[in-house]
Design a protein around this ligand. Structure first.
Ligand SMILES: [Zn+2]
Length: 256
């Protein structure tokens, strides 16, 4: 059994998802403004309603997004940051941090891993939410290259970077940031690889409000509510829930 222990001295937790009552803080690491709202805002609303503190770390400013060709591109980063901050408030999140990487050109570099390890050590979350590093062929938009790069770097930052005091020693020596072990990672997986579902029927309205706050991305979508409802209802059917329920899906990893 000793060889199976992921870190010396840590008890091995067997399969299962941590109860929210055991959790104080959650850090959502996402590539673009709006990613967390499309994939998980109903779940985030449930967490904040249960008293969990949730922080967002958005790697890019979404400066390659939007549909209005007349809108000045130089103003897009500030607009999208403001939209994400407003969306966060809709689901009870008041701590939103941006890393300012260029939209569409994110790679899972050592610099990104260090920047994410820094935020993990600052926030000290029990649970991290991030995109999948995998490519899904069924719905290509889910596996945007920035999503995959951020998913990969986030998992590397969780293990080993944030918890290894000798990884990126400048974080400890210059910024006094102690090593931190994230106990659990939730990958926003959608229908492709989910093994855990959260019933978001009661927080669907808050998720929709958050999505509408991304006016530059969703303002032209007259069918936004129907589109999202259909997607979450289909997932609920797959999860075996009765008609009328809505769920978001995740793949949950024990990283303790
Ligand atoms: Zn995205």
């Amino acid at each position: 059994m000793g060889a199976l222990r992921p870190w010396p001295g840590r008890p091995l937790r067997m399969a299962g998802v941590l109860d929210d009552a055991e959790i104080s803080r959650v850090l959502a690491i996402m590539a673009h403004p709006d990613d967390v709202d499309f994939s998980a805002a109903g779940t985030v609303a449930r967490w904040t309603e249960a008293g969990l503190e949730v922080t967002y770390c958005i790697v890019t400013d979404g400066d390659a997004g939007g549909f209005d060709e007349n809108f000045p591109r130089a103003e897009m980063p500030a607009l999208r940051r403001a939209e994400q901050v407003a969306a966060a408030k809709c689901v009870g999140v008041h701590d939103v941090r941006f890393l300012g990487y260029p939209d569409g050109r994110v790679e899972a570099t050592l610099d990104l891993r260090r920047d994410l390890a820094r935020v993990i050590r600052q926030v000290r979350p029990d649970r991290v939410l991030c995109p999948s590093p995998e490519r899904f062929y069924a719905r290509i938009g889910v596996s945007h290259p920035d999503h995959r790069a951020v998913g990969s770097a986030a998992l590397d930052a969780v293990y080993p970077d944030a918890r290894n005091p000798f990884a990126f020693p400048e974080l400890r020596e210059r910024e006094s940031l102690a090593a931190w072990i994230v106990r659990e990672v939730w990958i926003a997986a959608g229908p492709d690889a989910a093994d855990h579902y959260v019933d978001v029927t009661d927080t669907f309205g808050r998720k929709l409000a958050a999505l509408r706050a991304h006016e530059s991305q969703t303002g032209h979508m007259d069918d936004l509510a129907d589109r999202i409802r259909t997607r979450l209802a289909t997932l609920a059917q797959r999860a075996g829930l009765p008609d009328g329920r809505l769920v978001e899906g995740f793949r949950v990893l024990d990283t303790s």
